[in-house]
Design a protein around this ligand. Structure first.
Ligand SMILES: Cc1ncc(COP(=O)(O)O)c(C=O)c1O
Length: 271
C-alpha cells in the first residue's frame, strides 16, 4: 500500500543480527520494524540487541507487540523507540472491537503521531475506546491463562504422531526459546504447527475442530483455528514472507484446556 507513497522495505531475518547489520549498511533505513513473536511462525527476535543495531545505524526500532501484549513483553524497557499493537487482539480480548495503538517514550515521535492522528482523523470512537479499556482490565489474568493453556496444547501437539513440527517459543526446542525466556514473562497464547500429510491434511484439521472456531483474528476469549497460507497470509504467496501450506495456526482461548486438547486430538485422529 505505502509503496505508492515512496515507502520501500526489505524483509530480513531479524533473529540474524549480522544480516540486519549488513542490510542497514547496504540500504540505510529510517526504521527497523520487528514483530516478535511473529505471525504466524512464532519467530523470536532479540529486542535489546536489535535496538542497539538500529540505533547504531541511526534508525528507530518499532516493535509490533500484538502477540505478546504488554503483560508478557515491554519493548520500551528493552530499548525500542515505538511499540504498536493491534488492540483488536489481546488488549480488547473479546473479538468485539477493532483498533490499534502506538506507544512511545520519544517526545518527537509522540508529537508527530498526535499531529497526524488529528490531521488524518484516524481516531477510535468512544464506544471502541470503552470496550478496549474494559478488556485491558482483565488482560493480566487472561494472558496468564492463555499462556498456561497454550503450553498444554504445544506439549500435546509435540507428542502427536500426526504433527510434523510445533512452533511455540515456550518449547525448549524452539530456536528462539532462550531469547524469549529472557525478554518475555510468558510465551503467549499463539501456537502454530505443521501437519503431516501437507496442505490437504492441514485444511482438513481446520475443518474438523468443534471448539476451535475456523476464523482469522486472534487474542480473544474463544479459541480460533486457521490455515495461514489460504487465509491470513494468502496475500504474501510468492513473496519472501510466504508460509508453508501444511501450517495451522491456533489462538488458544480461555476454555478449559482439557476440552481444547480433546477437540484437537479428535480433529487430528480423524485424518
Ligand atoms: C501481529 C499483528 N500486528 C498487526 C495486525 C493488524 O491488526 P488489525 O487487523 O487490528 O489492523 C495483526 C492482525 O492480524 C497482527 O497479527
Amino acid at each position: 500500500m505505502l509503496a505508492r507513497w515512496g515507502l520501500d522495505y526489505v524483509p530480513v531475518h531479524l533473529s540474524d543480527l549480522a544480516a540486519v547489520r549488513r542490510c542497514l549498511a547496504d540500504r540505510p533505513a529510517r526504521v527497523v520494524w520487528v514483530e516478535t513473536p511473529t505471525n504466524p511462525l512464532l519467530g523470536i527476535a532479540d529486542i535489546a540487541a536489535l535496538a542497539e543495531v538500529a540505533h547504531e545505524a541511526g534508525a528507530l526500532l518499532v516493535v509490533d507487540n500484538t502477540f505478546a501484549s504488554p503483560r508478557l513483553q515491554r519493548p520500551l524497557v528493552l530499548g525500542a523507540d515505538v511499540v504498536v499493537h493491534s488492540t483488536t487482539k489481546y488488549l480488547g480480548g473479546h473479538s468485539d472491537v477493532v483498533g490499534g495503538a502506538l506507544v512511545t517514550a520519544d517526545a518527537e515521535v509522540a508529537e508527530r503521531a498526535a499531529f497526524l492522528r488529528n490531521a488524518t482523523g484516524a481516531v477510535p470512537g468512544p464506544f471502541e475506546s470503552w470496550l478496549t479499556l474494559r478488556g485491558v482490565r482483565t488482560l493480566a489474568v487472561r494472558m496468564d491463562r492463555h499462556c498456561d493453556s497454550a503450553a498444554q496444547v504445544a506439549d500435546m501437539l509435540g507428542r502427536h504422531p500426526a504433527v510434523a513440527q510445533v512452533l511455540y517459543p515456550g518449547l525448549p526446542s524452539h530456536p528462539g526459546h532462550a531469547v524469549a525466556a529472557g525478554q518475555m514473562s510468558g510465551f503467549g497464547g499463539m501456537v502454530s504447527f505443521r501437519v503431516r500429510g501437507g496442505e490437504e491434511a492441514a485444511v482438513a484439521v481446520c475443518g474438523r475442530t468443534r471448539l476451535f472456531t475456523l476464523a482469522e483474528s486472534l487474542g480473544g476469549v474463544e479459541s480460533l483455528i486457521e490455515h495461514p497460507s489460504r487465509m491470513t497470509h494468502a496475500s504474501v504467496a510468492g513473496s519472501p514472507l510466504e508460509v508453508s501450506a501444511d501450517l495451522v495456526r491456533l489462538s488458544v482461548g480461555l476454555e478449559d484446556y482439557r476440552d481444547l486438547l480433546a477437540d484437537l486430538e479428535a480433529a487430528l485422529a480423524a485424518g
